[in-house]
Ligand binder design. Structure first.
Ligand SMILES: [Zn+2]
Length: 489
């Protein structure tokens, strides 16, 4: 048995001004050949599950590439052709393979295209007609016909924060192995709900996502259903296939699969109004936080979330929290490599005045680059590297690039050189800050922060600031969505 194992992940925010060259993948994680095995074995990732299953059956494996880039704007053509080229070359030159097991995101938009994953699967099938292809996709994948026509098994995560990536890989891999042994015959039934749901409303421990996942689990317990997944979709992508979809894999029983899909789509449509965030004025929300007498209080600057393509240097929310003079605030993270360099030069303990953040103009939302001039003290410096001990990406070595802690007013701000969404407490602990002993934890995150910060959270307040991950649809101009999609119909 020979298996091709690969990973290619990017969530593309078509409104984001952050470029996505190949370097963006190298910054977060790009491994080739044997280095893939070394980097992913034993982690909480789909690839780890694939590697384990391959060991279990004594399969020979080829691992051409495993690459993930932090979410950002459309993927540069040379990056897309490099990543897909590695997979396609391996397929063409190191085959034949019995199957391919892939870990893809499902929301990649290369420049000049509307779908990155579908065309990859199409080309794989052109090289190896009939090749069984099993894929795990992120819950925020935008599913397409090209994906479904060329995949054999599709499985999505059932948690957000995504703490079940390994489990999804195991489920997908097991179905594929059973299919290769002739025990089952996977058939896909899928459909789009016609809803451009907002990621801020997709946390799996809250409605409506909790109910949607329970409905998928219920479908999986029915005879003849191998897998049922909800893809909330990724709404910051102005493409025809953006939005919520349901994917069911049945055991050779299309009518049963179709019926399950239809029940799931009905659930999504019945709850359609629940997938949207209701906005509040920033000043009042910060005042509400200030009035709370205990903590830690998690404050979410969700409109500038790297994990969805944010620039992580919008200062609107930080400025308001400083203006209202909240005390005991720890903040992660402002992307500003220039400020980090200035703090490295000044050294720990020095008082510096910085034009912090505001390096990225955002023409798509008409928001200029607006730094905030602040005077404060350099508290700490680090290389920004740690190994994740929290529940998401567990065991993975991550890096935020050279990092500094800047203290101003009642706030300690973690300033990074690479874009980083704070979903793991390591962003603070690696640089000597203990979140448990803070009053406020201000995060540029939406839902993934729950993986690392739930244990500390006594209260949560969502702050509606500026940025290209805004949940305010009036600030985004879509041109390519399918006509009639909710809430634009
Ligand atoms: Zn996701």
């Amino acid at each position: 048995m020979r298996l091709l194992l690969a990973m290619m992940k990017h969530e593309t925010n078509t409104f984001s001004p952050v470029p996505t060259p190949l370097q963006r993948f190298r910054d977060w994680g790009l491994h080739e050949g044997d280095a893939v095995v070394k980097a992913y074995r034993g982690t909480n990732r789909p690839l780890a599950a694939y590697l384990e299953l391959a060991d279990e059956i004594g399969a020979e494996i080829v691992t051409p590439i495993a690459a993930e880039g932090m979410p950002s704007g459309p993927v540069a053509p040379e990056a897309y052709s490099y990543l897909t080229g590695k997979i396609l070359d391996a397929l063409a030159t190191q085959g034949p393979f019995d199957a391919a097991l892939l870990d893809l995101h499902g929301a990649m938009v290369p420049e000049g295209m509307v779908d990155g994953e579908g065309p990859l699967l199409q080309r794989m099938r052109e090289i190896a007609p009939g090749l069984p292809i099993g894929v795990t996709f992120d819950m925020h994948g935008n599913m397409t016909d090209a994906i479904m026509e060329n995949a054999t098994v599709v499985v999505g995560y059932k948690t957000y924060p995504h703490v079940d990536m390994y489990k999804a890989g195991k489920q997908c891999g097991r179905i594929m192995l059973r299919a290769l042994r002739g025990e089952v015959r996977p058939v896909i039934s899928w459909g789009q709900a016609g809803i451009l749901a907002q990621t801020l409303r997709m946390g799996s421990d809250e409605e409506p996502m909790q109910g949607a996942i329970a409905a998928c689990v219920a479908e999986e317990s029915r005879v003849g259903i191998l897998a049922a997944s909800i893809f909330g979709g990724f709404p910051m992508a102005d493409i025809p296939d953006a939005g919520l979809s349901m994917v069911v894999v049945s055991d050779g029983d299309k009518p049963t699969g179709d019926a399950a899909r239809d029940r799931l789509l009905r659930y999504a449509r019945d709850t359609r109004t629940d997938w949207f965030h209701i906005h509040q004025p920033l000043e009042a929300a910060v005042a509400r936080a200030k009035a709370l007498s205990d903590g830690p209080v998690v404050l979410l600057d969700h409109a500038d979330n790297v994990g969805s393509g944010g620039t992580s240097d919008v200062m609107t929310v930080i400025a308001e929290v400083l203006r209202q003079d909240l005390q005991g605030v720890i903040m992660a993270a402002v992307w500003d490599p220039v400020a980090v360099q200035a703090m490295q030069k000044a050294g720990v303990g020095a008082t510096v005045t910085l034009d912090l953040g505001g390096k990225s103009p955002m023409p798509s939302i008409g928001f200029p680059a607006k730094p905030l001039t602040l005077t404060g003290r350099v508290r700490r410096l680090s290389d920004g590297e740690w190994t994740v001990r929290g529940p998401m990406y567990t065991g993975s070595k991550v890096t935020a690039g050279p990092t500094a802690v800047f203290e101003t007013g009642g706030m300690q701000i973690v300033v990074t050189s690479l874009h980083h969404e704070p979903w793991d407490a390591g962003i603070f602990t690696h640089i000597g800050i203990d979140p448990a002993h803070s009053r406020y934890i201000l995060l540029k995150s939406r839902v993934h922060y729950r993986a690392g910060f739930r244990p500390f959270e006594q209260h949560r307040i969502t702050l509606d600031g500026d940025g290209v991950t805004t949940s305010d649809n009036t600030r985004l101009s879509y041109a390519r969505l399918k006509p009639g999609i909710y809430p634009f119909n």
